[in-house]
Design a protein around this ligand. Sequence first.
Ligand SMILES: C[S@@+](CC[C@H](N)C(=O)[O-])C[C@H]1O[C@@H](n2cnc3c(N)ncnc32)[C@H](O)[C@@H]1O
Length: 276
Amino acid sequence: MNGLISLTQQQFTMFQTFIYRQTGIWTQDGKIALLSNRIRRRLRERNLESFDDYYGLLTAGTIPGELEAFIDAITTNETHFFRMGSHFDWFSGPFLDEVIDRASAGKRERSLRIWSAACSSGEEPYSLAICLAEQASRLGGWTLEVVGTDICESALATARAATYKRRSLESISPDRLSKHFVSAPGGDTWTVRPAVTQLCQFHRHNLLEPMPGRKFDCIFIRNVLIYFDAGSKAVALRHLVGSLQSGGYLVVGTTDGAHDHLEGVERCSIFLYRKP
Ligand SMILES: C[S@@+](CC[C@H](N)C(=O)[O-])C[C@H]1O[C@@H](n2cnc3c(N)ncnc32)[C@H](O)[C@@H]1O
C-alpha cells in the first residue's frame, strides 16, 4: 500500500459524517491530510488497501473493538496536569471553602462528587484529586469521589495506569511532584501516589449520551467542546447540566464556546457557571 494515500473529498465527507454521528466531533474541511494520516494507521493495522474497504469494515460493526480503536485514532488527547491553573485555584479555594462552610452549618452532606468529563489520560481528574488530598485535614470524614470519563479507551488505560512522562508534569511545582508522585528508577516517569489515585475512578462515556448515576457537585468540561459543532455542543451541555446538583458548578474551557449553548445555569465568571 502507498503509505501516503489520501482520502478523496467524497471519502473525507463520509468519515466526517460518521465521526460526527459517533462522537459529536466536527472535522473541519481543511483537515483532510490530518484525518487521512489518522485513519491510515487503522488501514495498516487491518491490512487493508483502501479507505473504502476500511469504511465498510468499520460500519459493518463485525470486528469487536474496531469502533473503539477508530475513535482512539481520531481523537485529540492533548492534556497536562493543572492545565489552566486558575481553575484549580478556584477549586481549592472558593469552591472548597463554600462546601466546607455549608457542611459545617449543616446545610449539606459531608460528601463531594466531582466529574472530569472528557478527561483524556487522567491529568485533569488527578489534578482535582491532588487539590482534595491537599485539604485532607479540612475534609476528614468526607466521602470524596472524582470520576474521570472519556470516549477514548487508550486514554483511559493511561489514566488507570497513572504513570506519566515529564511533559505532562511541567506545570506541577517540585513540592507537589515529590508529595503526590513516585518517580521510577532513572526518573523519566512518575506515578501518582495511592492517596490520590484511590479518590479517582475512570469510565468510558460519550458526551452525546446522558451520564448514568448520581449527580455531581462540580463538573469540569474543558478543551473538548472546541471540536464540536453548535448542535453537538448543545446536546453535550444539556446532559452535563442535567448531571449537576442544584448549587453545583460547571467549569468550562475558556476557548470552548460553551456560553451560547448553556441553559439552566448562571454565569459566575468567564470559566464558571452555577446551577441555581
Ligand atoms: C484535548 S482532550 C481534553 C482533556 C482535558 N479535559 C483537558 O482539558 O486537558 C479532549 C478529550 O475529549 C475526548 N472526547 C472527544 N469526543 C468525546 C465525546 N463525544 N465524549 C467523551 N469524550 C470525548 C477525547 O477523547 C479527548 O481525550
